[in-house]
Design a protein around this ligand. Structure first.
Ligand SMILES: *Cc1c(COP(=O)(O)O)cnc(C)c1O
Length: 388
């Protein structure tokens, strides 16, 4: 088999879809107006922002004035959590999250924990799932907010969001969910779902980077992170990033079409082919995360007695883009907080590899990976310091 280029790191970021790019382009030059200007250029830009807000709200069953455009998923997470804490009455300062959140949530909670909030980090099960029971037992009379991710970015596990949100609603606790990995990939309807705030990011659903949205249920008050001209209902000041907002709107419309076309089923079939193929061909490898309550495009495995980085680099050399859970940050080789919270030991957690598919992934790509991956592991194991 000849060499190909196979990008399987779509949970880190995905390519902008062709239609997204063509929708964005006019807003850099011809229709470059500031939506706050009263002339025709401004009105054109305002119309484009309004249309994008309609599209993003339609994707999740919200109404357009419940959607705030922000600078991305991290900004939306910060706005939801800090915004809720800062606008709360003094007495309510207990906040809850899970141990496996993205750092945009986790580090926001840790920061608030040093500034007067009492923080509970919920444990997860062996799949990285947060149980409704553990959330229910953590809620106190002074609990203000709980934030539990819709689906985990490292292991793909989908949480029981309806139940988690239902518990919060019953007890009068605000519920936020980081749906960056889920939105646009699995159907979400906030009319049915008891969530108060939900984070989305365009670049994880074939839109551009640096643009996201926060769904804020009508009636919920937040304090903004950024003050200024009062754009985005006063919650995210600054001249609107019109091309990117338009791009996110286009991505939302594409996502709805993909749902209808059964894209989730197509990609889940390839995902299972990958997971089954890897675990069958590589001895001492296993799937991380839940097998069925799982994002359709998300595959993740641990390979024992091999370093994730070693696999990543050799896969890259073979033309395959993946990520390893054991990203080496600032010189210290700390394994993923997600895998450790799931109960894996350090050595095993270091052997994690994530392969995330997209609309562009085809069967030949999966076959190529299944051909290249096992011999890479074999070579690395021969060199490995681990005795097993
Ligand atoms: C990527 C990601 C984010 C951050 O989104 P950005 O738009 O890159 O800031 C937050 N949460 C999850 C679960 C993610 O996967």
């Amino acid at each position: 088999m000849e060499t190909r280029k196979v990008y399987l790191d779509n949970s880190a970021t995905a390519s902008v879809a062709e239609e997204v790019l063509s929708a964005m382009l006019p807003y850099f030059r011809e229709s470059m107006g500031n939506p706050n200007s009263l002339h025709s250029w401004g009105r054109d830009a305002r119309r484009a922002v309004d249309e994008a807000r309609e599209s993003v709200s339609a994707l999740i069953g919200a109404s357009p004035n419940e959607i705030v455009f922000t600078g991305g998923g991290s900004v939306s997470d910060n706005l939801a959590i800090k915004g809720a804490v800062w606008s709360a009455k003094e007495e309510k300062k207990h906040i809850i999250t899970s141990a496996v959140e993205h750092h945009a949530v986790l580090d926001t909670f840790k920061w608030l924990g040093k500034r007067g909030c009492d923080v509970t980090f919920l444990p997860v099960d062996e799949y990285g799932m947060t149980s409704p029971e553990s959330l229910a037992s953590a809620i106190r009379s002074d609990t203000l907010l709980a934030s539990v991710m819709y689906a985990n970015n490292e292991v793909g596990t989908i949480n029981p969001i309806a139940k988690l949100g239902g518990i919060c609603r019953e007890k009068g606790v605000l519920f936020h969910t980081d749906a960056v990995q889920a939105a646009g990939h699995i159907p979400i309807d906030v009319k049915e779902l008891p969530v108060d705030m939900m984070t989305m990011s365009a670049h994880k659903m074939y839109g551009p980077k640096g643009i996201g949205a926060l769904y804020i249920r009508k009636g919920i008050k937040l304090t903004p992170l950024v003050h200024g001209g009062g754009q985005e209902f006063g919650l995210y000041s600054g001249t609107e990033n019109v091309p990117s907002i338009v791009g996110m709107g286009a991505a939302a419309r594409i996502a709805l079409k993909l749902h209808e076309a059964g894209e989730a089923r197509r990609v889940a079939e390839l995902r299972d082919m990958l997971l089954d193929g890897i675990t069958a061909r590589i001895p001492d490898s296993f799937v991380t995360g839940h097998r069925t309550e799982r994002l359709p495009y998300h595959a993740s495995v641990c390979v024992k007695r091999v370093e994730g980085e070693g696999m990543l680099l050799r896969m890259d050399f073979a033309g395959i883009g993946v990520s390893s859970g054991s990203a080496c940050t600032s010189g210290s080789l700390e394994p993923s907080h997600v895998l450790l919270a799931m109960g894996l030991d350090h050595a095993t957690a270091h052997g994690s590899v994530r392969l995330t598919l997209s609309i562009d992934t085809v069967r030949d790509d999966i076959e190529y990976v299944l051909e290249k991956f096992p011999p890479i592991v074999e070579t690395l194991r021969k060199m490995s310091p681990y005795k097993g």
